[in-house]
Design a protein around this ligand. Structure first.
Ligand SMILES: *[C@@H]1O[C@H](CO)[C@@H](O)[C@H](O)[C@H]1NC(C)=O
Ligand SMILES: *[C@@H]1O[C@H](CO)[C@@H](O)[C@H](O)[C@H]1NC(C)=O
Ligand SMILES: *[C@@H]1O[C@H](CO)[C@@H](O)[C@H](O)[C@H]1NC(C)=O
Length: 504
């Protein structure tokens, strides 16, 4: 026994040599694989850093301001959980490999007036018309500024959260166009090149009026003590005076001016005197056809209030137990009668969620869950033909069922909504059994096709800063650029006989 144990630790010399060789080999292999691993990481990172050096700071720069980061003001204590996931999913889209949309949205090394589809002159309105409403002070001390420094997305003034956000369109457009001209030494190589700010009015295709009209309505409609007119009215009056005196306005009669009264009640006083301009609106519900119409104006989406689903977290057909979802207010004015009718028809159906109460009362979080577990989301005309509900449905990948005969849809000249929405005439929807038969008759394959398309188009309805190719901001600039073609045609025709002065 003892000798055995003594014998073991001493193998013959040739065995010891073999053992040393094996150990040496193992260590070399380990060293080699470490080297290979490190090397592969470096080369894996190469494409990004090699192609565009300015992107190096991208990983450290928080990707986006998506407008949802004011949960305290959202009137819903449950939203904070939603925010990180949203920016996480958004951050993923920022990767340099993300391909921009074609059609003026090409990412080019230089984005200047020659490369862009739309050259935009921005009026330097005093801050009280825009960021001043967000508490921005317009610079400290002797150096008064008109615009905040937009270089750092996290340092720009925040828009109030909650339902205010729905109509924040002017804010996102203004931030984006300001960031297009950060000028010398700008690292804006990653900004989509659809619209670019020009400072010489004679280079401009369009004159942008940066008035946050919706926020002015939200915030300043009430008369305060000692005031004859509300601040909202006073600002509008001032704006009308300012614009109609400008040489740029007079030259075109205002036709090449862009104004953003997205809230249906915004600019009630100024809409008529400024009606020759191009408006960015949510719908035409509260406009007479001579003031606003599809020929001259652009429909823009509401900023959704529920959280956007990432592609890979979107429940599929079988994971959405609710057939149809509706959450909204009951007492609506003209055009909203079909809601009450449908309520009567649907309220007792087992797989239908039809509830009254605004998103605010019931919690944005609950609406997020409700829509993302439903196959179809109903958009029924309320007191205006449109609402943010449609855009909440789209970012929840819940197939919208649009029951609103007069609705106008954003970007419909480039998007075919029938690929991802179901349209039902109000008269049909009010027939007993019609809607349920229709929705139950949609096969899993058919539904899944629409769901896939929804996931593709959802990004066109996102407002964010910095803006990205194909998002709502870029889609709006694109729509404006397309509309400007016909405006230019009109203006040029009008100018035919300028030289000979033949006025008959
Ligand atoms: C980012 O996208 C990749 C696929 O392109 C996916 O695997 C990953 O989970 C995504 N990450 C986030 C945070 O969404
Ligand atoms: C704007 O902010 C950026 C970074 O925050 C800074 O580098 C730049 O100098 C600022 N520009 C002006 C004009 O203050
Ligand atoms: C603006 O552009 C026009 C035409 O290109 C030019 O004549 C004019 O001098 C420019 N104005 C300024 C201030 O640069």
């Amino acid at each position: 026994m003892v000798t055995d144990r003594k014998m073991q630790p001493l193998p013959p010399p040739e065995h010891r040599r073999a053992l040393r060789f094996v150990v040496y080999l193992a260590i070399s292999l380990l060293a080699f694989s470490c080297w290979a691993l490190v090397n592969s990481r470096i080369s894996g990172a190469m494409p990004h850093s090699a192609v565009r050096l300015p992107d190096a700071d991208k990983t450290t720069r928080p990707a986006a301001l998506t407008g949802g980061e004011d949960p305290a003001a959202a009137g819903d204590s449950s939203t904070p959980a939603a925010v990180p996931a949203m920016s996480g999913a958004a951050a993923n889209l920022t990767g340099p490999e993300q391909q921009p949309l074609a059609g003026g949205g090409e990412r080019v090394e230089r984005c200047d007036a020659d490369a862009a589809a739309l050259r935009v002159f921005v009026y330097d309105l005093p801050p009280e018309f825009h960021f001043g409403m967000l508490g921005w002070k317009g610079g400290k001390g002797k150096k008064k500024m008109t615009w905040p420094n937009v270089s750092d997305p996290l340092a720009v003034p925040h828009y109030p959260g909650g339902l205010n956000l729905q109509h924040s369109v002017a804010y996102w457009l203004t931030l984006d166009i300001l960031s297009s001209s950060s000028g010398a030494g700008s690292d804006k190589g990653d900004r989509p090149c659809v619209a670019v700010r020009v400072t010489n009015a004679s280079d401009a295709d369009v004159f942008f009026v940066p008035f946050f009209a919706s926020l002015s309505y939200n915030r300043h409609s009430k008369l305060r003590r000692g005031e004859k007119a509300s601040r909202n009215r006073a600002l509008q009056a001032e704006l009308v005076k300012y614009l109609t005196r400008r040489e740029e306005w007079r030259r075109s009669g205002g036709k090449d001016h862009l104004i953003v009264p997205h809230h249906p009640n915004s600019m009630m006083q100024a809409r008529k005197p400024l009606s020759s301009a191009m408006f960015v609106l949510s719908d035409f519900g509260r406009y007479s056809p001579d003031v606003a119409n599809l020929k001259k104006d652009v429909i823009a989406p509401y900023r959704h209030v529920v959280r956007s689903l990432a592609d890979d977290e979107s429940p599929d057909f079988d994971q959405r137990p609710v057939l149809a979802y509706f959450q909204g207010a009951i007492h609506r004015k003209a055009g909203g009668k079909v809601r009450q009718k449908l309520y009567g028809l649907l309220k007792d159906e087992r797989d239908v969620h039809f509830m009254y109460g605004s998103v605010r009362q019931n919690g944005i979080r609950r609406a997020t869950v409700g829509m993302s577990t439903s196959k179809f989301c109903l958009n029924i005309a309320g007191d205006t033909p449109s609402s943010n509900r449609l855009f909440d449905a789209i970012v929840s990948h819940c197939v919208p069922v649009i029951i609103s005969d007069d609705i106008e849809l954003p970007f419909e000249d480039v998007l075919d909504y029938s690929e991802f929405c179901v349209f039902v005439r109000a008269a049909d929807a009010a027939k007993k059994g019609f809607l349920l038969r229709l929705l139950r008759g949609v096969s899993r394959d058919e539904w899944t096709r629409m769901w896939r398309r929804l996931k593709e188009v959802a990004r066109h309805f996102e407002y964010q800063y910095p803006s990205r190719s194909g998002d709502a901001v870029q889609m709006i600039w694109g729509a404006v650029a397309r509309k400007m073609h016909s405006v230019k045609l009109q203006l040029h025709k009008r100018g035919r006989f300028q030289r000979t002065g033949a006025e008959s």
